[in-house]
Every structure is written in structure tokens, then in C-alpha cells.
Write a protein that binds this ligand. Structure first.
Ligand SMILES: O=C(O)c1ccccc1NCC(=O)[C@H](O)[C@H](O)COP(=O)(O)O
Length: 260
């Protein structure tokens, strides 16, 4: 079994258990449910840098990245650096994240927040909204076309932006539909961990212009972004490169300065 299949199998067990502990009616009572969301896709359209900075403590490909930082300090640092939005990993077992991280980040900053999660059912989308997210990630590799449609339409009805992630042409063809805002090309093969920016380059011309194009993973230099921009990318999701330092916000600030 590859790592992605393992993560998804664990996610089915985890969400099944949680649903019986916190029913949807309870989630909908969150004060954050009525909060006005902010659009990441609009922020990216209007930005020169297009940076989406991630909070990532560890990962299956790199194990430890940074366990010592306070998520609110990281969030404030990223916002101060001028990023367009922040991605908050909420998976506990493989990434060391939690929904509390999302709540804490929400309390600290105003910028768009992405719930970075392996979404396999509607419950997690309501959970995202109830914990202050503005955007959800849907991963084409783990969802059917029908699921992508149902989940993205639910997200839109809740005021959330949708970032749909693909890694190859077949996933892209399966996924294109009007209820998506952003199409993200993951440069990391989630089954083998191999990373290549060529993935973003080769898929770019297949993404219709109405979607904001986002390049995800393995971006560690300003040069990489300068190289990807001519392919139409407006968003760049960066995790490890910022999080591996003691001060991710400061690192993001220097990065953005070098871009302009
Ligand atoms: O990062 C991993 O090792 C990973 C493994 C399996 C599934 C997902 C994984 N990462 C999620 C992400 O998409 C990245 O955290 C995100 O794109 C940032 O990537 P990076 O800048 O390379 O940290």
C-alpha cells in the first residue's frame, strides 16, 4: 500500500469516529460558521508575489521539519510578510497538525486560510468552515468526479473557495468543473514523493484560463517562481522552505522582497 492510500484509509477511520462525537448540528453552532469568508483566489489574482505559505510541522517525505513554533506566531509572521494566504495542515497522524491549529491561526490573522487536509467527505468541509477556513483543498487522486462535484458545490454554498489539486493529465481532465476556483498542480508525486517542477510546466497549458493556477510543493527558490510565472501560475504554495527555519515569517518576507 502506498502512503497516500494509507493516509486515506486512516482518514476514513478518523472521520467516522469524529462524526459520532461531534454531530453536524454542533459544528453549525460555531460562531465562525457565520463569519464572512475571504477569497484566496481573488487575493492571488491581485497579487504580484502569489505566495501561499504553509504551516507544516512534519511530513511523510521529510519527517521532522519544525516542531517548536507556535502556530499563531507563524501566522502573524506570514501575514506581516505579505503572503496572500496561509495553508494550515490539520492532519495529525502524518503531519502533526490539528483543527486547533486552524482555530488558533484564525484568531491571529485576517488573511485567507486554507484547510490543508485529505478531504474524503462532506463532514470535513463543514468542519473546515466551523474552524475558520476560507478555502478547502480537494485532491483529485483520492476522489471520484462525482465526489469532486458534490464537495466543491457544498464548499461554494458555504462561501468557501475550492483549490483542486492534480498531479497528471488524467486527474486534470476528470476534475475540471465550474465549482472550482483554483487548480493546483502538485509537483510532488504523493505516492513516490518524487518532486519535479516540470509537472507544473507540462500541465499549465491544459488548465483553462478561468481558473487561478497554483503550483504546489518543492518550491525552494525565487528563481523557481520566476521560472513558473511565464506558464501562467499566479499562486505558489510553499511549506518546508519557510518552516525549516526558526522564523518562517521573516524568511517569507525576504523571499517576497527578492521577488519584486
Ligand atoms: O509533503 C509531503 O511529504 C506529503 C506527502 C504525502 C501527501 C502530501 C504531502 N504534502 C502535502 C503538500 O501538498 C505540501 O505540504 C505542500 O504542497 C507544500 O510542499 P513543500 O513546499 O514541498 O513543503
Amino acid at each position: 500500500m502506498n502512503i497516500l492510500d494509507k493516509i486515506v484509509a486512516d482518514k476514513h477511520k478518523e472521520v467516522g469516529l469524529k462524526k459520532s462525537i461531534i454531530p453536524i448540528s454542533q459544528l453549525e453552532k460555531s460562531v465562525l460558521f457565520s463569519r464572512q469568508t475571504v477569497s484566496l483566489s481573488n487575493a492571488l489574482r491581485n497579487s504580484d508575489s502569489g505566495i501561499i505559505a504553509e504551516h507544516k510541522r512534519r511530513s511523510p517525505s521529510k519527517s521532522e521539519i519544525n516542531q517548536s513554533l507556535n502556530v499563531q506566531d507563524v501566522a502573524r509572521g506570514y501575514e506581516d510578510a505579505g503572503v496572500c494566504g496561509m495553508s494550515v495542515l490539520t492532519d495529525g497522524k502524518y503531519f502533526g497538525g490539528s483543527l486547533d491549529d486552524l482555530l488558533l491561526a484564525r484568531a491571529a490573522v485576517q488573511m485567507p486560510l486554507l484547510r490543508k487536509e485529505f478531504i474524503i467527505n462532506e463532514y470535513q468541509i463543514l468542519e473546515a468552515r466551523a474552524h475558520g477556513a476560507d478555502v478547502i483543498l480537494l485532491i483529485a487522486a483520492i476522489l471520484s468526479k462525482e465526489e469532486i462535484k458534490t464537495f466543491s458545490e457544498l464548499a461554494k454554498s458555504l462561501g468557501l473557495d475550492v483549490l483542486l489539486e492534480v498531479h497528471n493529465e488524467a486527474e486534470l481532465h476528470k476534475s475540471i468543473m465550474p465549482s472550482l476556483d483554483m487548480l493546483g498542480v502538485n509537483n510532488r508525486n504523493l505516492k513516490t514523493f518524487e518532486v519535479s517542477l516540470e509537472t507544473s510546466k507540462s500541465l499549465s497549458s491544459l488548465i483553462p484560463d478561468e481558473f487561478v493556477k497554483v503550483s504546489e510543493s518543492g518550491i525552494s527558490s525565487v528563481e523557481a517562481i520566476k521560472d513558473l510565472k511565464p506558464y501562467g501560475y499566479k499562486g505558489f504554495l510553499i511549506g518546508e522552505n519557510f518552516m525549516k527555519t526558526d522564523n518562517p515569517g521573516e524568511n517569507a518576507k525576504k523571499f517576497i522582497k527578492q521577488l519584486s
